[in-house]
Design a protein around this ligand. Structure first.
Ligand code: FE
Length: 196
């Protein structure tokens, strides 16, 4: 029987400050992410979903249009990836294998950076922007609310949360500035490369 639990962060809640403040991480990790997990556990309790893995729950609830289960399961998955995609003093130079792959699939690192940030800026309302592997190629995409690219046969290797709870305390309405800071100062590129 599956009871999902909030994963511990690899860094302290104050370690990403001032790019992402301690208060934002207290609420975003400790409250928002925890709420998705609590809801998910309540939804699947004593149901046919109870013994499935998180990935199986996402697939099944998506195909059966079970929005309550899907939204909470997908958000749990999304946030698990998101926390791993950041580290204190992140950003900077890419490891060579990832850098080569990005140059090959986007033309240049700068083109990829612009495309990724633009995907986050143009996601209307709550959602996510992603770098995923699709049929051996890297692609940038965006998704509304809880949706993640796995249901479209893509494998996300980098994700950024553009729900207001992710940036409003630190950046107010300035989502583009949040995305630039996330990209340039928080991304754990070694982790992203390890997902290739
Ligand atoms: Fe979030």
């Amino acid at each position: 029987i599956n009871m999902f639990e909030l994963p511990k962060l690899d860094y302290s809640n104050s370690a990403l400050s001032p790019i992402m403040s301690e208060q934002t991480l207290d609420l975003h990790h400790g409250k928002h992410h925890q709420t998705y997990i609590t809801n998910l556990n309540n939804f699947i309790k004593s149901s046919e979903y109870e013994k499935l893995s998180l990935e199986e729950i996402i697939k099944k609830s998506s195909s059966e249009n079970k929005a309550g289960i899907f939204n909470n399961a997908s958000q749990h998955w999304n946030h698990n990836l998101f926390w791993k995609c950041m580290k204190p003093n992140g950003g900077g130079k890419l490891p060579p294998k990832l850098e080569d792959k990005i140059k090959k699939d986007f033309g240049s690192f700068e083109k990829f950076r612009a495309e990724f940030i633009n995907a986050g800026v143009t996601q209307f309302g709550s959602g996510w922007c992603w770098l995923s592997v699709k049929e051996d190629k890297l692609v940038v995409s965006k998704s509304p609310n809880a949706e993640n690219p796995t249901i479209h046969n893509m494998k996300p290797i980098l994700g950024c949360d553009v729900w207001e709870h992710s940036y409003y305390l630190d950046y107010k309405n300035k989502r583009p500035i949040y995305l630039e800071n996330f990209f340039d100062k928080l991304i754990n590129w070694e982790f992203v490369e390890s997902n290739l």
